[in-house]
Design a binder for this molecule. Structure first.
Ligand SMILES: *Cc1c(COP(=O)(O)O)cnc(C)c1O
Length: 231
């Protein structure tokens, strides 16, 4: 079997182990393949293996890949969104993990209506407060979430976060369980169900699963040893 499929299956097995360690059913957690900087032929090996969802973090690369690859792929947008790219992202991605502000949310809602699409959106929260990370503060979240809950074009599905680089175990748990608590608070206040908690990457998905992640976003572990697209 090819290297990338081997890697994928190894990560998948670790995701399943983390689920069972946490007393969770493995079908509660989606392993999202983060395909940024990976060439299309490598992604087509995963496609041929049955993978139908990929995550990209830059609009030009998403546009290039979604035009060139099979149309039944569900694309997730996980990167920072520039306001002049919102229309393109809305047209290409089914799930947007990284809505960071009220003004972005309002633009997504308006443009989704104009384009007659209904993407799922997650609000990105900077739980740790680390300056280099994107996302809104936990303090700003409740108001933005209450607006998201009333949107009619976009579908508000949950929250996303990134843990700080080099966080120790204790900090990871505090960030991930913090996001889970924020989600519960919104569900109560807005009287809605948020099925999606997008948290955990190559280095920390086991901790995220222990804290309730429903989507883990994994790139480098799956593409270990694979040549990336030259910059
Ligand atoms: C790149 C990226 C990932 C995947 O990170 P790896 O450490 O390569 O698994 C997950 N989420 C976001 C937002 C990313 O940009």
């Amino acid at each position: 079997m090819s290297r990338v499929i081997d890697n994928y299956l190894a990560v998948k097995a670790e995701v399943e182990k983390a689920c069972s360690d946490a007393g969770r059913n493995s079908d509660e957690v989606k392993l999202l393949v983060v395909s940024k900087t990976i060439p299309i032929p490598v992604l087509m090996e995963l496609y041929d293996f049955g993978i139908r969802e990929f995550g990209e973090n830059r609009e030009p690369e998403l546009a290039m890949k979604s035009a060139a690859m099979p149309q039944d792929i569900i694309w997730h947008f996980i990167g920072p969104v520039q306001s002049n790219k919102i229309r393109k992202v809305v047209k290409l991605a089914r799930v947007i993990h990284s809505v960071e502000s009220l003004s972005q949310l309002e633009r997504f809602e308006r443009i989704a209506g104009e384009e007659q699409v209904s993407p799922e959106i997650l609000l990105e929260v900077n739980v740790s407060g680390e300056a280099s990370k994107g996302g809104m503060t936990p303090k700003d979240l409740p108001e933005i979430a209450s607006v998201a809950a009333r949107c009619v074009n976009i579908k508000f599905k949950g929250l996303m976060t990134m843990a700080p680089f080099n966080a120790d175990q204790q900090e990871l748990i505090s960030v991930f369980s913090g996001l889970c608590d924020l989600k519960s608070g919104i569900e109560k206040n807005c009287n809605i169900n948020l099925p999606c908690l997008s948290m955990g990457m190559s280095g920390d998905f086991a901790e995220a699963i222990a804290c309730g992640a429903t989507v883990v976003r994994v790139g480098s572990r799956i593409f270990e040893g694979i040549e990336r697209i030259a910059k």
